[in-house]
Design a binder for this molecule. Sequence first.
Ligand SMILES: NC(=O)c1ccc[n+]([C@@H]2O[C@H](COP(=O)([O-])OP(=O)(O)OC[C@H]3O[C@@H](n4cnc5c(N)ncnc54)[C@H](O)[C@@H]3O)[C@@H](O)[C@H]2O)c1
Length: 249
Amino acid sequence: MKRFENFTAMVTGAGRNIGEGIALAFAREGANVIVCDLDENNAKATVEKIEAMGSRAIAAVFDVRDRDGAFKAAAEGIRHFGKIDCLVNNAGGSAWLLRKLTKFVDADPETLDFVLDINIKGTMNCTQAVLPSMIENRYGKIISISSIAAVCGIQYRVDYSAAKAAQIGMTRALAMEVGEYNICVNCISPGAIERDGNSFKRMTYLGEDGHGGKPSDIADTVLFLAGQDYITGQNIVVDGGRVLGPIPN
Ligand SMILES: NC(=O)c1ccc[n+]([C@@H]2O[C@H](COP(=O)([O-])OP(=O)(O)OC[C@H]3O[C@@H](n4cnc5c(N)ncnc54)[C@H](O)[C@@H]3O)[C@@H](O)[C@H]2O)c1
C-alpha cells in the first residue's frame, strides 16, 4: 500500500517546476491529483506523466485569480475523485513573471495588483473553493507555498515579499478557524529552487558549492505535512540555511 492511496491532492501551478514536482511526488505515492494550471499544455503534460506512473489525474485549466474558475475546478475534482484531501496553493510569483521587477517607488499599480492577486487572492480563492467539502468531511490539509521573501524580504520584490507574508498570516488565522474540523493549514517557504533546470550555487550553507534546492526538496516537505495530523499554523523554511545570515565569499 502506497503512502497516499485513496487520497486526492489539488495542486495549483502544477504544470512545471515546483508545482509539477509536488504533483508527481503525490502521484508516485498513489494519490489522485487535480493538476491546476493556467497553461493547458503543461497541465496536460503533467497529467500524462502521472498516468504513466499508474496514478489518476485530471487537468484543471484556470487562473487562480478567477474565483469561479477555482470553484469549478474544485467541484470537478470532487465529482471525479469523490473528495479533495489536500490543497497545495503553489501558483504564484513576482513581477519577474511580467519582466517588471523595479524599485517599489517606481512600481506601477497594475503590477502591484498582479503580484498581490496571484499570491494572495489566488490562495484565498482556491482555499475557499475546497474548504466547504473539507469541513463536511471533517478532514483536510491546506499547504501554501510562500517564500523566504516573507521572512527576510527581497530587494526589488517589495510587493512579492508582502504578498508571501500575507500567505503566512492567512495560514495562522485560518488554522485557528478550521482546526475543529481536523483541517491542518500550513505554509512552506522555499529559498532558491531550481527553475526550468537552472540551478543556483553559492546561495546556501549546504554542500561545498552552497547549492540551491530542487522541486523535490519542496515536494518532500509538502508530502511530510500532508501526512501529519498534529502540525498546524506553521511555516517551514526550506532554504538550505539561506536566511541564517550572509554567506561568506
Ligand atoms: N523557484 C523558486 O526559487 C521559489 C522560491 C520561493 C518561492 N517560490 C514560490 O513557489 C511557487 C512556484 O514557483 P516556481 O518557481 O515553480 O514557479 P514557475 O513560474 O516556474 O511555475 C509556476 C506555475 O504556475 C502557473 N501559473 C502562473 N500563474 C498562474 C495563475 N495565475 N493561475 C494558475 N496557474 C498559474 C504557471 O503556468 C506555471 O506552470 C510560487 O508560488 C513561487 O512564488 C519559488
